[in-house]
Design a protein around this ligand. Structure first.
Ligand code: AMP
Ligand code: GLY
Length: 426
């Protein structure tokens, strides 16, 4: 079959790498792709948000399945667009209604409440109810968690220690700090624990498969300090997400989520990303995303031993049947190399050297561009996700760090502590 993958990050590189290995895949196109995805298929200069252009490409190239990598097209309704225009086309991803699990935190919280899914106590507020919001903050203990309802490129969550600052932030958010995204603000109880990312592929008819669990490292600095980023690394599996924990996740979170979507008549044939927190052994949902995680995918794909195309096709057709999704028991470690200055401003166009010296890891390109003469240059904050398999965390990260040392560009930065917190945790 011919497949079109939408997106341009490290996640899409890892998906493209995996898809290209499938016997079911004839041609793979990546739109727009990056400086590395050309190794797995053909890059196409298309914006995933330009649905008409995507549809024209689908028609002209005999595309059988569209895999949507990032949330924006899903929240904008790409599933519904194609369901109307091209009913035969397989689309991996939720309908617009399903994408609200990520597109609106208020919707997600209400969904969880309605289906008895464990999550932090919350209330939502708008300009009109700002004073009530301040009173709700007074009822909570610090730190205070304030979330813009809509998509805010991962920046819409504020965690604030002082009550006065939290009230001020609430007013500023409602006043447009994140534009329309913060016209509604969710205030919730702070949960203390360690986070992990659980990925589920569902066929929308009660069938689902759980992918390998991963943990990502969001802060720019070692020891989880400094600003939040899109993700500085990932480890899979996660030692604390053992059988007992995952049984609770399945019973209390995955099954009620899949059932809840069906009960509400929401079409959802794609990946569900559960951002979980382990509160003294009890899993709770911090957030839903409606796509795979980045950089988690760059670790998780190394551990998927089954044909992902076959699984995605079956999910998009609405019946996963008894297809297995096998997990490789080895450990995967991803270390993200970023541009100096990220997540603030950073230069672009820096020549990357040493890519061909790496043999022990897979280099999933993210913010890179390949020039006509073959030179690869930086074009984003997160530049390359370096992923390796090993017998344990120390072995896998050790391999990734050795590979990271071979790759260079001016301003290169990465965290040397990826996985360290998990090495003595069980
Ligand atoms: P979100 O965009 O909802 O994933 O939030 C971003 C980050 O803020 C999460 O990954 C958590 O680290 C943190 N966070 C969000 N909600 C809470 C909460 N209720 N308690 C503690 N930390 C939270
Ligand atoms: N790694 C977190 C995310 O993809 O949102």
């Amino acid at each position: 079959m011919n497949i079109l993958l939408l997106g341009s990050g490290g996640r899409e590189s890892a998906l493209a790498w995996k898809i290209s290995q499938s016997e079911l895949c004839d041609k793979l196109f990546i739109a727009p792709g990056n400086g590395g995805t050309g190794a797995y298929g053909t890059n196409v200069a298309l914006s995933p948000l330009d649905f008409e252009a995507v549809e024209a490409f689908v028609g002209a190239n005999g595309i059988d399945m569209v895999v949507v990598g990032n949330e924006d097209p899903l929240v904008a309704g790409i599933y519904d667009y194609f369901a109307g225009k091209r009913p035969g086309l397989l689309v991996v991803g939720p309908s617009k209604a399903g994408a609200q699990l990520e597109g609106s935190k208020d919707f997600a919280k209400r969904f969880m409440t309605a289906h008895g899914i464990p999550t932090a106590r919350f209330r939502s507020f708008t300009q009109e109810t700002a004073e009530e919001g301040c009173r709700f903050l007074e009822e909570l203990k610090p730190p205070y968690v304030l979330k813009a309802d809509g998509l805010a490129a991962g920046k819409g969550v504020l965690i604030i220690d002082s009550l006065d600052e939290a009230k001020k932030a609430l007013r500023e958010m409602l006043g447009g700090m994140f534009g329309k995204s913060s016209a509604t603000v969710v205030i919730e109880e702070f949960l203390k624990g360690i986070e992990c990312s659980v990925f589920v592929l569902t066929d929308g008819n009660g069938g689902y498969r759980v992918l390998p669990v991963a943990k990502d490292y969001k802060r720019i600095g070692e020891g989880d300090t400094g600003l939040n980023t899109g993700g500085m690394g990932a480890i899979s599996p996660v030692p604390f997400a053992d059988e007992t924990f995952m049984r609770k996740v399945t019973e209390r979170i995955i099954e009620p989520t899949v059932k809840g979507l069906a009960e509400e008549g929401i079409i959802y044939r794609g990946f569900i990303f559960l951002g979980l927190i382990n509160v003294e052994g009890e899993p709770m949902v911090i957030e839903y995303n409606v796509r795979m995680g980045d950089p988690e995918t760059e670790a998780v794909m190394l551990r998927v031993d089954s044909d992902l195309v076959q699984l995605m096709k079956a999910a998009a057709e609405g019946d996963l049947g008894d297809l297995p999704l096998r997990h490789n028991p080895a450990t995967a470690a991803t270390v993200m190399i970023v541009s100096g200055g990220y997540p603030g401003s950073y230069p672009k166009g820096k020549v990357i050297t040493g890519l061909d010296k790496v043999t022990d890891s897979i280099l999933f390109h993210a913010g890179t561009k390949k020039l006509d003469d073959g030179t690869v240059v930086t074009s984003g904050g997160r530049v390359i996700a370096v992923s390796s398999l090993g017998k344990d965390i120390a072995d896998a990260v050790g391999r990734s760090f050795k590979s990271v040392d071979l790759v260079d560009f001016e301003g290169k930065y990465f965290r040397r502590d990826i996985g360290r917190d998990l090495m003595n945790l069980k």
